[in-house]
Write a protein that binds this ligand. Structure first.
Ligand code: SAH
Ligand code: SF4
Ligand code: F3S
Length: 476
């Protein structure tokens, strides 16, 4: 595998996409001959938003080929799990779920069971499925989503198992049909893959090299989202700050952000994930300047200790991170920051872990995604000595989450009496609506008769701050 070259010619050719459209109509014909009504697909996606965005394209392809959808696995004619490999626990869950659906094949002999996503892009997993889960019909990796019609056709016509998980630097397939999970919030992938090889992380091995979509394709999709009423667009990539590096045009992430900000419409823009190593003051200035960009920065620091950061291959120091956070808050007072942290990286000592705590105390994040290190076969960290026990790491983890809970509580307490612009996303329960502030804090408020705010921006005054969410009331 080529490890560090950004791929330039990664766009799936038009004739290949056309061929897949032909397969899609062939699948449609087979399905209508085999089923009386519309066959139903149950598609479940695990993992990050990038995987969710893939899932929306997978569903788009299935819909074009003639499938309807069900949330009930027992009613499905096609069950597809779009998997995640980021931690061992994510993988174990999939093996459990797949084992549990084996029995459904007995009641529905036409049932197809399929697995795709990051986990399947690992040879050892595909081999295990091949050997130990003979009732799984179709397995494919992350680089062949556009080939779903062809793969399905092969399964439907031959009745044989199909495995397509070859390693690749990765491709970009444009103009795939998308079946979106919602209309108010939309995921917009701007790049795929990762070149960073953080020593603990499986993503670069299962997602291929970093590659960016062309700005015109992104703008086109952004306009489609806005036209369908989407009010909250999240730009996605593993490292959005290095957007554009494989493209021949004059573009970078700041410029792209500005271009999307300049589009007509009433919407906000979010993005993730931003890597501190490539986060520039230019980007922070752009965020500050762009009125539609949410004043929320998800900037994973992983560890507050320089030796651990170096071993993680993160490419920045604690001091550089703190300087970015300081500058971000200087140009955007009130900025909400969130982050990812790993506890118990191999060889981390308690003293080093305490540097993570002091960093958290200094930056005062709105919330944190906290993980205990999970060894991923094939990564560099998997072969590093890891003397601290899981129990011990659990104690450190608790110390960290207690600290964050205190900080979050103090932060939400300060919101009392203030009024925020909130995008109303749906119902928390009957009569109670919910939404998020720009800073990504969940806010719940009672519905008011005659005021239809669902799917719209509204003003909400905070009346009761809880630790992670706040309660409030419509202000106007
Ligand atoms: N590209 C993003 C992260 C994507 S993975 C970035 O670099 O910030 C999401 C998070 O999962 C990571 O930020 C990290 O905190 C966590 N993670 C990744 N691999 C892990 C592992 N092996 N064990 C525990 N946590 C891990
Ligand atoms: Fe994984 Fe690092 Fe790439 Fe993020 S930047 S996906 S943590 S290798
Ligand atoms: Fe998981 Fe793959 Fe995302 S490993 S976190 S689904 S890129």
């Amino acid at each position: 595998m080529n490890t560090n070259k950004p791929s330039k010619n990664c766009f799936v050719p038009l004739d290949e996409l056309e061929k897949q459209r032909e397969y899609s109509s062939l699948v449609g014909s087979v399905l209508s001959a085999r089923f009386t009504g519309k066959p139903l697909a149950f598609v479940h996606t695990y993992g990050c938003q990038g995987n969710v965005a893939d899932g929306e394209r997978i569903k788009g392809l299935l819909q074009s080929a003639g499938y309807g959808f069900t949330e009930d696995v027992n009613k499905a004619d096609l069950i597809l799990y779009n998997t995640c490999a980021i931690r061992e626990h994510a993988e174990d869950r999939i093996y459990g779920n797949v084992g549990a659906i084996k029995k459904l094949k007995k009641s529905n002999p036409n049932l197809i069971i399929a697995l795709c996503g990051c986990m399947m892009q690992q040879q050892r997993v595909a081999d295990k499925i091949k050997k130990s889960y003979p009732f799984v019909d179709l397995v494919f990796g992350t680089h062949v989503i556009h080939k779903i019609p062809e793969l399905l056709y092969r399964v439907l016509c031959t009745g044989k198992r199909v495995f397509e998980c070859n390693d690749s630097d990765g491709v970009i397939a444009e103009n795939l049909p998308v079946r979106r999970d919602g209309t108010v919030k939309g995921w917009l992938p701007i790049m795929y893959g990762c070149n960073n090889f953080c020593s603990y992380c499986i993503v670069p091995y299962v997602r291929g090299r970093e590659r960016s979509r062309k700005p015109e394709d992104i703008i086109k999709e952004a306009k489609e989202l806005i036209a369908m009423g989407c009010k909250d667009i999240t730009l996605l990539g593993q490292n959005v700050n290095s957007y554009g590096k494989n493209l021949d045009c004059d573009i970078n992430f700041s410029k792209l952000l500005q271009q999307i900000n300049d589009l007509e419409g009433d919407f906000i823009i979010r993005f993730m994930t931003s890597h501190p190593k490539d986060c520039t003051k230019e980007l922070l200035d752009t965020m500050a300047r762009c009125d539609k960009v949410a004043k929320h920065l998800h900037l994973p620091f992983q560890s507050g200790n320089n030796r651990v950061l170096h071993e993680m291959n993160r490419g920045y120091t604690r001091e550089q991170y703190l300087e970015l956070a300081r500058y971000a808050r200087q140009v955007m007072p009130g900025l909400s920051m969130t982050s990812d942290v790993i506890v118990g990286f191999p060889g981390e000592t308690y003293e080093e872990f305490c540097d993570t705590l002091t960093l958290i105390d200094e930056v005062r994040f709105t919330s944190l995604y906290t993980f205990i290190f999970s060894s991923r076969p094939g990564t560099k960290a998997a072969s590093m000595p890891d003397p601290v026990s899981r129990e011990e790491k659990g104690v450190w983890f608790k110390e960290l989450t207690d600290l964050q809970e205190k900080i979050a509580g103090e932060r939400t307490a300060k919101m009392k009496g203030e009024t925020f612009t909130v995008l109303c996303e749906g119902y928390a329960k009957e009569g109670i609506l919910n939404g998020r502030t720009q800073g990504n804090i969940m806010i719940e408020f009672p519905e008011v008769e005659g005021k239809d705010v669902l799917g719209k921006f509204c003003k909400v005054k905070v009346t009761e701050p809880l630790t992670w969410i706040v309660r409030g009331e419509l202000a106007e």
